[in-house]
Ligand binder design. Structure first.
Ligand SMILES: [Zn+2]
Length: 669
């Protein structure tokens, strides 16, 4: 028995030494994760949609954002220099601006993983040196608090732990990509400080960490260092939520109590998504990371309940989250940038913060690892093509913070975060680097590793060069014009001789998909909403061909969504379309646009238009009779029929300020 144990242990050691440890979320050793991450850089885009977006990200988005944040517009690097005593003044920008800078650093690390451009490392050594000098001797680090004469841990809205979380995550990614420990050392010193402050779980600190990127950051630091106290601290931050009475407190403004911060109900007892959408999705994402390590059933059950609530009652057709800027929860708490009641889905006033949308993909990426079910990858994909990508312009330099599904001018006032057109800089800069780091890392989400094989999560021209969990080498290529075309060809370039599985995701919308292997029926069902699994002895040159019908579909909402009754949206594959005023006659108001129910839509790929995309052509009805007043006597409308073009929602507002809608009222003949 002892001998057997020794053999098993040494086998495990060998298997671990081969296994991936450099994933975006490094769940390789997580005992309760079914699908494991590939290493950062193992998948590279080669051609097509994501190759184009990634190229723009590498050449424009990341460098441009670096210029903003290192200069006097963004001021984030200046803030570190001030805290380090290298510059005079006080930190400018929002309390969470350090976190925005770390997110930009993280995105540059994903670029480095592909480009291996040493200039990035040289610059980062200098930046990390400044960050190290800014860090207090005891490990504390948050430049606004350090330079504005404010007491540590005096107000939750100072976002100290949000900055912490992005520091830990960014440092872990830096270590995984470069092997260097200079940034990681700062993160460890900081996390040790946090452990000393929060481990005692003092009542007066129980409301901190409400924008909880620190839970995800601590989980990654645990995975990087294997030091269990970081996992313990991650759990403490989950346990703290809802552990104290919901009432005003010197550390919390009155509008940040209760459901707004997911603090009225402890997470394990929660049945639905409530409050601030980003706070919520970060909490659920962090809890999913903890679940991957502990397998705790109560926590997992809560995440299952919340996932179903979000996806079936609170999510927009674009995958966006956060129906309102200001409102109230069903349990009478004020909420902001938040989830609302079931099926309450306003379009023009939807908040849908880019961070909330991106966090939806982050949560689903973690749930995919935990459960191995394709429905989570479906949501990741929905978000990526629609509610994430809409947050940045086609030239990669202008940003949306809020992402409504309809824009009709003159009906609302705009806040700092809601704007009629994309902005070159947003004072509250959380969203742009969150999106850019996501675009930079999509290739790391494209594949996962199963216990004996590989899962194909996302489609796009790419090359995968990685190792299966048993350490055997696998290389394959993917050729496709997806999402504009539904044909995907996966070619095995190198693999082990023994049988293993390839899991091929069939999106839930892809009814009638077919899979062939080396030109013949693959013998597996291409059931929408599942992974079709082909298990066999693979050899070099084997070709899996997936064919997904790219039908143009009119979609309606659940009848309880009042805001879309008798309206339709248009989808093709994973892409949601919209109609925008540059494609309509001059002076057309978007509220005058109606869609004939029998509209005939045709798809056209246009290489030179808005970064290269597929438009749809068809006709709409424009209502030309004008009426006044809040309520009017109904008469038969006067219609004008016009031929027009529908563009992907993500591409709107790249031709100047415009009006736009995803949902259009239907006219039945
Ligand atoms: Zn944001």
């Amino acid at each position: 028995m002892k001998l057997m144990t020794t053999i098993i242990c040494s086998t495990l050691m060998i298997s671990l030494s081969h296994a991936q440890q450099r994933g975006i979320v490094n769940n390789t050793d997580s005992p309760h994760a079914i699908l494991k991450s590939i290493d950062i850089g193992d998948c590279q885009w080669t051609d097509g949609f994501w190759a184009d977006k990634y190229q723009l990200c590498e050449e424009v988005m990341v460098p441009h954002m670096g210029t903003l944040l290192k200069g006097d517009i963004g001021h984030a690097y200046n803030n570190f220099k001030i805290a380090a005593g290298l510059k005079k003044g006080r930190a400018k920008g929002m309390w969470w601006h350090d976190g925005d800078f770390y997110k930009w650093m993280e995105s540059a690390m994903y670029v480095y993983a592909n480009s291996k451009d040493d200039k990035i490392i040289e610059e980062f050594d200098e930046i990390i040196d400044v960050i190290g000098k800014a860090q207090a001797d005891d490990g504390y680090l948050s430049t606004p608090v350090m330079t504005r004469g404010v007491k540590r841990w005096s107000k939750v809205t100072h976002h100290e732990l949000y900055n912490s979380g992005h520091l830990l995550t960014s440092a872990c990614i830096h270590h995984r990509v470069t092997g260097k420990t200079n940034f990681l050392a700062i993160a460890i010193k900081h996390a040790d400080y946090l452990y000393s402050v929060f481990k005692p779980q003092k009542e007066e600190l129980a409301r901190f960490g409400f924008n909880p990127s620190q839970i995800m950051g601590l989980a990654e630091l645990y995975r990087t260092t294997k030091d269990k106290k970081y996992l313990e601290l991650a759990e403490i931050f989950i346990n703290m939520r809802g552990s104290v009475p919901v009432k005003e407190h010197p550390t919390v403004p009155y509008f940040f109590i209760g459901d707004q911060c997911q603090m009225r109900t402890p997470l394990r007892k929660e049945t639905k998504a409530v409050g601030h959408a980003v706070l919520g999705m970060y909490l659920y994402s962090g809890a999913a990371d903890v679940c991957a390590e502990t397998g705790e059933k109560a926590l997992m059950d809560a995440l299952d309940r919340i996932w179903s609530d979000v996806v079936s009652k609170k999510m927009y057709i674009t995958g966006a989250l956060g129906q309102v800027h200001h409102g109230a929860s069903g349990r009478y708490d004020m909420v902001h940038e938040a989830f609302q009641e079931d099926y309450m889905m306003p379009n023009a006033t939807a908040y849908n913060e880019t961070c909330g949308n991106v966090a939806n993909a982050m949560f689903n990426w973690r749930m995919l690892g935990l459960k191995g079910e394709s429905k989570y990858a479906d949501i990741m994909e929905l978000v990526l093509y629609n509610s994430a990508l809409v947050g940045i312009s086609d030239d990669g330099t202008h940003y949306f913070y809020a992402n409504p599904l309809r824009m009709n001018h003159g009906t609302r006032d705009y806040s700092d975060t809601e704007s009629a057109a994309r902005e070159s800089y947003i004072e509250c800069f959380c969203c742009p680097p969150n999106l850019v780091r996501t675009i930079a890392k999509v290739s790391g989400w494209a594949y996962s590793l199963s216990s004996n094989g590989v899962a194909v999560n996302l489609y796009g021209g790419n090359r995968l060069d990685t190792k299966l969990l048993d350490g055997s080498k696998i290389q394959l290529t993917q050729d496709t014009r997806y999402p504009w075309d539904g044909a995907v060809k996966i070619t095995m370039q190198e693999c082990k001789e023994a049988p293993f599985e390839m899991m091929v995701r069939i999106p839930a919308w892809a009814q009638g998909s077919k899979i062939r292997l080396n030109g013949k029926e693959a013998g597996v069902e291409a059931k929408p909403g599942t992974y079709a699994t082909i298990e066999r002895k693979w050899k070099k040159g084997d070709v899996v061909a997936l064919d997904m019908p790219m039908d143009i579909t009119l979609v309606e909402g659940h009848p309880r969504i009042e805001e879309v009754r008798n309206q339709a949206a248009i989808t093709r594959g994973p892409v949601v379309y919209c109609i925008e005023t540059p494609d309509l006659p001059d002076n057309t108001g978007i509220l005058d646009v109606y869609l004939p129910a029998d509209v005939k839509l045709k798809a056209h790929y246009r290489q030179q238009f808005l970064g290269g995309l597929t438009t749809l052509s068809g006709n709409v009805l424009l209502r030309s009779d004008k009426k006044e007043g809040m309520y009017r006597t109904m008469t038969k409308p006067e219609w004008k029929t016009v031929d027009t073009t529908f563009i992907p929602y993500y591409a709107w507002c790249n031709r100047g300020q415009s009006e736009m809608t995803v949902w259009m009222p239907i006219v039945w003949e």
